[in-house]
Design a protein around this ligand. Structure first.
Ligand SMILES: O=C(O)CCC(=O)C(=O)O
Ligand SMILES: [Fe+2]
Length: 352
């Protein structure tokens, strides 16, 4: 009979074997990461000349609010993705968060493997690929997910290593919440709704943060860091390190989102596509890997509470624009998201 310690050691070694951040798996691209030829990233066809809009939020709370809200409206209608500058989150808070995420992935793998779980319902977990239980070909990414709101209720479940993790991530999460509430007010106004419309619709707001880690990859042509998907969120606000990798699907081709220092990338998720009755867009995006260096991205996913009822806002619906989507409890949507690998989930909620 094997002892409990032996079993635990075996479990730990099989977990470590699954992770791409274990320092071993990334030495060559193993078969389980190799996509069929037509699904590979086709790096030579990526557009680097186009870019998503950049919105400067400096005057958002001043007399030029209407102008900035107009810029946000255009970006939400035409692109679904934009970068923001002068967003109010202090540079040192951003730098510390990126630094602690790097430390988290550079500490001995055993120190984070204890958080490993393949159960999508587990709120705090380290995992790999997307939903490893159903993924065919795996994505070249490990991710650590954690709820961030209400902070005092969740912080006790966060990692204690690295030592400064809770302090730094807690400050960052608070800043992100404040920023996202400002964005939700501006986006409500951009839709011609009351400033607090989206705030109310989300019910018991849910704020999740993920630390995505894409190690360098010996052959980035064969695999993807994250396959094409749209976010199940209301809104996603992402910080990335200086390494390019995010791409958005626009006018039939993939466009690279080049990192801008101290900017965040904002994208609208499926819930805002539904509330706006299709006027604002939740765009397909993906991440590619590179041969030279690891990439870290830290999306904050802002979602409705499970019980929230999501449907097109009544002012978005009339005889000319009948409702495109049926209403649903958010919980139903989120389950479908994890089952369908995040692709075209929103189409399932279309009215035929
Ligand atoms: O790494 C990135 O830039 C994209 C991450 C992303 O799309 C996601 O986690 O949903
Ligand atoms: Fe995403």
């Amino acid at each position: 009979m094997s002892s409990a310690t032996e079993v635990q050691t075996q479990e730990l070694s099989s977990i470590i074997e699954k992770l791409i951040s274990n320092g071993i798996n990334n030495l060559q691209v193993q078969d389980r990461y190799i996509l069929p030829p037509h699904e590979r990233p086709q790096m030579s066809e990526i557009s680097h000349s186009e870019c998503i809009p950049v919105v400067d939020l400096k005057d958002l709370d001043g007399p030029n609010r209407t102008t900035i809200v107009g810029e946000i409206r255009r970006a939400c209608e035409e692109d679904g993705f934009f970068q923001i500058l002068n967003h109010g989150v202090p540079e040192n808070v951003m730098k510390s968060m990126m630094g602690i995420a790097k430390e988290f992935y550079e500490m001995p793998v055993e120190d984070r493997a204890c958080f490993y779980s393949e159960d999508i319902k587990q709120p705090v977990r380290l995992s790999t690929s997307f939903n490893i239980g159903i993924d065919g070909v795996l994505n070249w990414v490990d991710y650590f997910s954690q709820p961030c709101h209400p902070l005092e209720e969740v912080i006790g479940s966060w990692p204690e290593k690295p030592a400064a993790y809770r302090d730094i991530a807690g400050k960052y999460a608070g800043e992100m919440r404040a920023l996202i509430l400002r964005l939700l007010a501006a986006i409500s106004e951009a839709l011609g709704l009351d400033s607090d419309y989206l705030n109310k619709v989300l019910g018991k707001h849910s704020q999740l943060m993920t630390l995505n880690y894409y190690p360098s990859c010996p052959n980035p042509d064969l695999t993807l860091g994250l396959s094409s998907h749209s976010d199940a969120t209301a809104i996603t606000v992402l910080m990335q390190n200086e390494v390019s990798g995010l791409q958005v699907f626009r006018n039939g081709k993939w466009v690279a989102v080049e990192p801008i220092a101290n900017a965040f990338v904002v994208n609208l998720g499926d819930q805002l596509q539904v509330v706006s009755n299709g006027r604002f867009r939740s765009i397909q995006h993906r991440a590619v890997t590179n041969m030279y260096t690891s990439r870290i991205s830290i999306p904050t996913f802002y979602l409705p509470g499970d019980e929230a009822f999501i449907a097109p806002a009544s002012s978005m619906v009339d005889e000319q624009q009948p409702a495109v989507y049926r209403g649903y409890k958010f919980e139903e949507f989120f389950e479908t998201f994890w089952e369908l690998k995040g692709k075209s989930v929103v189409d399932r909620f279309k009215i035929e």
